[in-house]
Design a protein around this ligand. Structure first.
Ligand code: NAI
Ligand code: 15L
Length: 264
């Protein structure tokens, strides 16, 4: 690849991608509304609000791939979600259509299906069941990717990320955790597979505990290697088990299901 664009490059996963995915491309174009510091070798820095249509068109120009991590990543008031995750995603897909349809890795979320219960196992054909406005915005992103694939042939990997952090942070994350190494190998597979289409894939490690039937990862040759089980003792010792009827024990989306609709 000549130029890979990373949106949300100042964020948690964006910093990881910046540090570890330079080998995929000649040039990394890094973008965010937040400060990204100085450009390193083979890096370009572009400050850009995803809600700004003209700026997003310039951002996407001359890119062969897009790792789309930018936007609001938790539950927030509608106007914030709308700018980053609704208008922003529309702007991104329109810009991609205008500039040669670079392949997109879309960071969707388990919160698109967060109201499924933890005693259910679902696959990627299960209807969306978002657990908040943030989850609704990820459902919208998945729908945009599907539309642009059907209408124009735009390729997108819809990655429903569980919880990607250095280590699982609570009991629920023993089921939802994706390790940084598995994230890196997933991005490599998405951009290296000859034909992608528009699959939904669970962004989760090879954990013993889990609620998602990982049947589509093989379409891109991705085999996650890490397992949250190695952290079980540490996690269980750190905090008492939440009550049986608490949202974090009942729903796949955990505490997101008990968030209010924020007004400001
Ligand atoms: P993050 O919140 O750390 O990073 C998101 C970045 O997007 C931030 O640097 C922020 O400044 C930028 N951003 C927000 N609004 C923007 C706008 N209007 N224009 C331009 N940039 C904007 O989130 P994180 O953890 O790095 O996640 C990356 C992506 O993966 C997000 O889309 C998130 O929804 C998704 N995801 C992450 C999970 C995780 O476990 N880290 C789980 C599921 C989904
Ligand atoms: C997400 O979608 C969030 O972006 C991330 O911060 C985590 O909270 C994750 O889901 C999760 O469900 O653990």
């Amino acid at each position: 690849m000549k130029r890979l664009l990373i949106t949300g490059a100042a964020g948690n996963l964006g910093q990881l991608a910046r540090a570890r995915l330079g080998h995929l491309t000649d040039v990394l174009r890094l973008s965010d509304i937040a400060d990204l510091g100085p450009a390193g070798p083979n890096e370009e820095i572009v400050t850009c609000d995803l809600g700004d249509e003209a700026a997003v068109h310039e951002l996407v120009r001359d890119c062969d791939g897009i790792l789309h991590l930018g936007g609001v990543s938790v539950e927030r008031p509608w106007d914030q979600i709308q700018r980053g995750n609704i208008t922003g995603v529309y702007n991104l897909y329109e810009a991609a259509r205008a500039h040669g349809m670079p392949r997109i890795f879309f960071a969707s979320s388990n919160h698109a299906i967060g109201y499924y219960r933890q005693d259910e196992v679902i696959d990627t054909t299960a209807p969306q069941k978002p657990d908040g406005l943030y989850g609704v915005s990820k459902c919208f992103g998945e729908a945009m990717a599907s539309l642009y694939h059907s209408k124009f042939g735009q390729e997108t990997a819809l990655i429903r990320i569980g919880s990607c952090f250095e280590k699982p942070r609570d009991r629920r994350m023993l089921a939802t955790w994706m390790s940084p190494d598995d994230f890196v190998s997933l991005v490599e597979c998405v951009f290296r597979v000859p034909m992608l289409g528009c699959p939904i894939i669970w962004g989760v490690s090879d954990n013993d505990e889990g609620w998602w039937n990982q049947e589509t990862a093989k379409l891109i040759g991705w085999r996650p290697k890490d397992n949250s089980e190695v952290y079980r003792q540490e996690i269980e010792a750190a905090a008492p088990c939440p009550p049986k009827h608490a949202p974090e024990s009942v729903y796949q989306g955990g505490k997101f299901t008990s968030e209010p609709i924020y007004k400001d």
